[in-house]
Ligand binder design. Sequence first.
Ligand SMILES: [Fe+2]
Length: 363
Amino acid sequence: MQRVSTSNLQPGQVIGRDILNADGDVLLRWGIVLTEKYIKRLIDLDIYSVYIENPYIKDIIIPQPINERIRIKAVKILKENFLRIRANKILDIREFSAIANLVVDEVCANRNLLIHLTDIRAYDDYTFIHSVNVSILAVFAGIGLGYGETKLKELALGGLLHDVGKMFVPKDILNKPAKLTEAEMEIMKGHSLLGFELLRKNPEVSLLVAHMAFQHHERPNGSGYPRGLQGDEIHEYANIIAIADVYDALISDRPYRRGILPHEAYEILLELTRTQLDLTILKVFFKYVAIFPVGSLVQINTGEIGVVIEVTQQFPLKPKIRIILNASGHAADKVYEMNLKDRPTQFIIKVFREEERIVFPPV
Ligand SMILES: [Fe+2]
């Protein structure tokens, strides 16, 4: 499976994963062969990338830590509740707690798996899907940090609600299909405080959850907002949400730019740990998030090119690769599998972007 921009899709390619909207409706089903009409429909729906099948790894199933149906159900409930908050400022915390518990149960049951896929989403649904993703990612980090169930549920709830203040940001700013102006950015930044105020007024919401909304844009070096808190002034939960938030934003398609690849996001986040993000949490986080997801097209330092077919938590940078092209860029005499973890001197030197159009010989 491979993520491809809708503008680069070709008729005849096969959809590799159901495409759903935040209401849980299937827009295009796994296995459908694309036609010009389908491609146009995807573009009309503002969907900028989809997963397509790679014929070389048809036999590989990517184990998912979160059941897709459960995730979409969570998104749907969250969306309904967020819209209710926008309409009449009423927060029913029980609905959010129920989703948080669902996320924790699901992630705990699959804690040995890696997170693999970026979401395919239409822009208007961004905040809802993003909130559920942040919650899932944060719970994984929490597991890595040794949190028990109570803390994980608190973290999951904070992940779901960290951006709830965005419901009070005017819709034309929230869903603007371009970069925000400085004035609009200032309004957008107000979501931390607005979210905090909504949450802390509700006696059923723990103050820590309210503080995750308040503090998730604070940064250890004091460069964050709204208060410019530093170091230990920021709660660990908020540092976790910050990493999950930045990671999910980087790999997601936005109206003004395409999402970047996980290994690129890894490099950026690692760089940010020098100033703005917590290194311990980041290391734990990337135990659970695939830096080279299954389906990535990669080149090894031998010059050979292939597709990642398996990654493990123990060796995140050393996946198993099915080699398709030899060092001269021609079809290998025989397709074979190379497990980098068993080869100390071999490693990935490049991940190909879709526009590089690696052409594999027909299967
Ligand atoms: Fe935010």
